[in-house]
Design a protein around this ligand. Structure first.
Ligand code: CP
Ligand code: NVA
Length: 320
């Protein structure tokens, strides 16, 4: 039988906007069906009998718990794989690990500090591989961010979003999303920490309206949402210099005052209060950071069903 390409989820740019939209719609539908702990779960469990391998070589709170709980709520099992406890920690190759895991589990989430390892795993795995963050991108986070924006403000297409701070992995996935979901994006970063040229070139070629500046006030002017992230990512080793370079990029009340009057504040978390964001903004009425964290669960449930439930994945929940 001809080998079929597994439904990998490595980067947003591998998709067309319609597929990502369908994944988010499914996540929202499941959210409505299953929301609230007091209500019984929907009896149908689309991933009953499936297993997800969660392979995390970096710390994680949201990614780990949202994939683990999400998979269980869909009726499936989760195996937490800590690379240090696996033979990969003593030299078994990614190629062999991928082929072995593919015989046991139905999809693999990988968080790694080595972006090439994600692509190597995907090359050899015959089951879907999902990017749970690399130093280069964080696509599952941006699915949740789009769901969150739209829950609060309606369709994201045509809106203006601002990114302030580091041109990092999360920024790269946001840039790709600007092209695929049709929103305008303004990024303010120090020149030394500019967003990925490659992501910018790809998104602009795909028609995105993206501005890059070093001026945070210019970036947030009139924006419907201001987004930031830590100044020191897990893959960064130059924390001291970063705290200096990013000091002018702190999101505070004065900066938010330049955005649209009802502008949302988002942050993928974990946050460092007093560094990239002040406490009044983080705790303020326009901050939707905990909705955003919750939506990791809902968006990824759509993604898990897409990846593992077969050709009729979009039918789930439609008949109710
Ligand atoms: N936002 C995010 O990915 O959080 P974790 O590092 O806790 O998974
Ligand atoms: N940019 C951050 C995101 C953490 C979820 C990091 O890579 O550490």
């Amino acid at each position: 039988t001809a080998a079929r390409t597994p439904r990998h989820f490595l980067d947003l740019r591998d998709f067309d906007g319609a597929t990502l939209r369908a994944i988010l719609d499914l996540g929202s539908r499941i959210k409505r069906m299953q929301h609230g702990r007091a209500r019984p779960l929907h009896p149908r469990q689309p991933l009953l009998g499936r297993a997800l391998g969660l392979m995390l070589s970096k710390p994680s709170t949201r990614t780990r718990v949202s994939f683990e709980v999400g998979m269980r709520q869909l009726g499936g099992d989760v195996i937490l794989l800590s690379p240090n406890d696996m033979q990969i920690g003593r030299g078994e190759t990614i190629a062999d690990t991928a082929r072995v895991l593919s015989r046991f589990v139905d999809a693999i989430v990988l968080r790694t500090g080595d972006t090439a390892a994600l692509h190597e795993l995907a090359r050899w795995a015959s089951v879907p591989v999902i990017n749970g963050l690399t130093p280069a991108s964080h696509p599952v986070q941006i699915l949740a961010d789009i769901m969150t924006f739209e829950e609060h403000r309606g369709p994201i297409a045509g809106q203006t979003l601002a990114w302030v701070g580091d041109g990092n992995n999360v920024a790269t996935s946001l840039i790709e999303a600007a092209a695929l979901f049709g929103f305008r994006l303004r990024l303010a970063t120090p020149a030394t920490h500019a967003p990925s040229d490659d992501a910018l070139a790809w998104a602009r070629l795909a028609g995105a309206d993206i501005t890059v500046t070093t001026d945070p006030r210019a970036a947030v002017a009139g924006a419907a949402c201001v987004i930031t992230d830590t100044w020191v990512s897990m893959s960064d080793t130059d924390a001291a210099q970063r705290l200096v370079a990013f000091a002018p990029y702190r999101v505070d009340a004065a900066l938010m005052a330049n955005a649209a009057p009802d502008a949302l504040f988002m942050h993928c978390l974990p946050a460092h209060i007093g560094e990239e964001v002040t406490e009044d903004v983080f705790e303020g009425p326009r901050s939707v950071v905990f909705d955003e964290a919750e939506n990791r669960l809902h968006a990824q449930k759509g993604l898990l069903v897409w990846a593992m439930a077969g050709e009729r994945w979009q039918d789930y929940g439609q008949e109710d």
